[in-house]
Design a protein around this ligand. Structure first.
Ligand SMILES: [Zn+2]
Length: 246
């Protein structure tokens, strides 16, 4: 039976069979993988810790005909800080969910792997939703979907006023003359300026950023709608945890 190694993060974990878990892993070498971890819901399982959601670990996997199986797992980092705070758990779930819906299996994406691992560490000391928004903008950039945040994508006019409209279908900002009411989310001047900075500032400076609830809901709501449209899947964790109305 073929065996392979994967340096991977657990980005989804579902109960499977009587005592197993079906894991979605995001690995440095191979991108997204699915594997069954047998017996890990039994209290005495030695693999329990390594197969928890968000854990970063060295996996040894058996290649199966339909599903691969976890043979060994050695945790490197279990990110305890993501579990002791509701907002951090929600933001990490949002990051894992966005990574999952935006990638296909067995396609190596080393840049996305490094980005995700970095943000899971960052969630220890940065406002969790600032981290989630900044992660989403950087993920869109890697996928080539980053919305232009300076000019109207239809007519090219500079968008610098107090209101801008983000259109998922158009792939970026629209000025007030080009906007289509059915497909846009609105960003006021402060929200747009903050998005520009969250996209490009060095990640070790993200701990300096603060926002109020209105701006948070506006930016996360716009990004949620934009990403759902681009990747054609719903972002359930984004919607359930952060009161988004989009
Ligand atoms: Zn325009």
């Amino acid at each position: 039976m073929a065996v392979y190694k994967a340096d991977a993060i657990v980005i989804r974990s579902r109960e499977y069979g009587e005592a197993d878990k079906l894991l979605t892993l995001f690995s440095r070498e191979r991108g997204k993988l699915e594997a069954v971890a047998k017996g890990v819901r039994k209290p005495k399982s030695t693999q329990r810790g390594g197969t928890q959601l968000f854990t970063y670990a060295d996996f040894l996997l058996y290649k199966g005909k339909s599903l691969d199986t976890v043979n060994q797992v050695h945790p490197r980092e279990s990110f305890i800080h993501l579990w002791d705070d509701f907002d951090r758990t929600i933001a990490a779930s949002g990051i894992a969910e966005l990574l999952d819906i935006s990638t296909t299996r067995d396609q190596p994406e080393p840049e996305l792997f490094t980005l995700t691992l970095g943000f899971l560490f960052l969630l220890k000391y940065v406002d969790p939703y600032i981290a989630q928004a900044s992660y989403a903008l950087r993920l869109l950039n890697i996928h080539g979907y980053l919305p232009g945040l300076n000019n109207c994508v239809e007519c090219g006019a500079t968008v610098s006023g107090t209101q801008a409209f983000l259109s998922a279908e158009a792939g970026g900002l629209l000025c007030s003359s080009c906007k289509n009411n059915e497909t846009v989310t609105m960003l006021n001047g402060g929200g747009l300026a903050l998005m520009r900075r969250l996209k490009s500032v060095e990640i070790d400076k993200l701990d300096r950023f603060r926002w109020n609830k209105k701006m948070r809901l506006e930016i996360l709501g716009s990004l949620c709608y934009f990403c759902e449209n681009k990747f054609e899947r719903k972002l359930k964790a984004w919607r359930s945890g952060s009161e988004l109305i989009v």
